[in-house]
Design a binder for this molecule. Sequence first.
Ligand code: SF4
Ligand code: FES
Length: 150
Amino acid sequence: MKVTIDGIEIDVPKGTTILQAARMIGPEVAPPTMCYHSKLKTSGGYCRTCIVKVTQGSAANPTPMPKPVASCRTEVMEGMVVENTINADVLEARKGVVEFLLMNHPLDCPVCDQAGECDLQNLGYGHGAATTRYEFPRREFERVVAAPCP
Ligand code: SF4
Ligand code: FES
């Protein structure tokens, strides 16, 4: 299957997803992912951070797909043309997705052990907006004190 992603053409086996094809090209065109793991069969398709625009469905049917698609769940077709980093609408839509993912997330990264090595932090930095439009109080939970080990 010949597929073009951000202007770069690659040949991939049938059954390859857009995400896998993009990763074969390299990180410069590969969309970010939060719910997909290559070793987990049912992963992917939930978080929408990997959305891309299919501007040509296939060589046989060049009609663009009407909405952005989850690249981790969409298989390539012969002659498909995909836009990720070169499509301003995709980048803007992804910002919105990241904003939703962080809607109820605490803003105190410095107190978190994960800080500095965190995929969510990287996603927010690389693909999120500088501010949020969310004005409501964040969801809070009662503090749970774990019982000491016997
Ligand atoms: S470092 Fe990551 S997991 Fe920890 S608070 Fe920040 S975004 Fe959340
Ligand atoms: S990585 Fe979550 S929908 Fe594709």
